[in-house]
Design a protein around this ligand. Structure first.
Ligand code: ZN
Length: 246
């Protein structure tokens, strides 16, 4: 990893793009993996906006663990390594496909969550806002977080991007700016198979920057990357060793 460390040290603007592999090191199952979403018989309905409008209890039942269980997890080594890079002035921000809020928990900012996030929930009818923690507290008492203003059948919807919804515009335009501005984009734990998220790393290349990929499996951008590695834990270890806390 010494070549990578040298590149980070030399780069003026470093940014990161992260996917599910970063969070599996925290013990969070990959949503698309066998332990994730697709094991659930309601899988296709859980994150479908039409089903949510029809019956929000499908989402809330399906996500007791998948989303509201996320509060039990803590940042893993890659989240910590990226927070460290930022603390030493070597990470301008993070684009993430994950919805687990662990980059924020590790102290990183800004974090552009291009598939949305449950960090805030809104009532689709009146717009009333609740934080993740407030909704978790509501779910201690009720299976569904019904809107406190509208009442049943109107429930708070997480700001996760559901099937049938537009991607979050502000997060996506922030991600584009960050990627285009980066001299070096660290692409971590993403197989780059999900569109349009996978359109972000090529923006760095097109703007004249470099990308480095760390992912267990090969990706279609490996040939365009300056360096490729497989081991995310080794990446985190190398970064934390090379950049001591300020
Ligand atoms: Zn409402």
């Amino acid at each position: 990893m010494q070549k990578l460390i040298e590149k980070i040290k030399a780069a003026g603007h470093v940014a990161a793009f992260t996917g599910a592999g970063v969070s599996t090191l925290s013990g969070i199952p990959d949503f698309r993996g066998p332990q994730g979403l697709y094991k659930n018989p309601d899988a296709e309905r859980i994150f479908d906006i039409d089903w949510f409008r029809r019956d929000p209890s499908i989402y809330y039942r399906g996500c007791q663990e998948l989303v509201y269980g996320l509060r039990a997890y803590t940042p893993g080594p890659v989240h910590q390594a990226l927070a460290r890079l930022q603390a030493v002035g070597k990470c301008d921000g993070i684009v993430t496909q994950n919805i687990d809020m662990l980059h924020q928990k590790a102290g990183s900012s800004p974090v552009y969550e291009i598939h949305g996030s449950p960090i805030l929930h809104h009532c689709p009818r009146c717009g009333d806002e609740k934080t993740f923690e407030e909704v978790c507290a509501m779910l201690e008492l009720s299976e569904v977080a019904w809107c406190e203003k509208c009442g049943r059948p109107h429930a708070y919807k997480p700001d996760i991007t559901f099937f049938g919804e537009m991607l979050p515009e502000a997060a996506f335009s922030g991600a584009i700016r960050l990627a285009e501005h980066a001299d070096l984009l660290l692409v971590l734990g993403s197989s780059l198979t999900v569109s349009p998220a996978n359109a972000i790393p090529p923006l760095t290349l097109r703007a004249g920057g470099e990308i480095v990929i760390v992912n267990a499996q090969p990706t279609h951008l490996d040939d365009s990357a300056s360096l490729c590695y497989k081991d995310l834990a080794a990446f985190a270890e190398a970064v934390l060793a090379a950049f001591p806390a300020p």
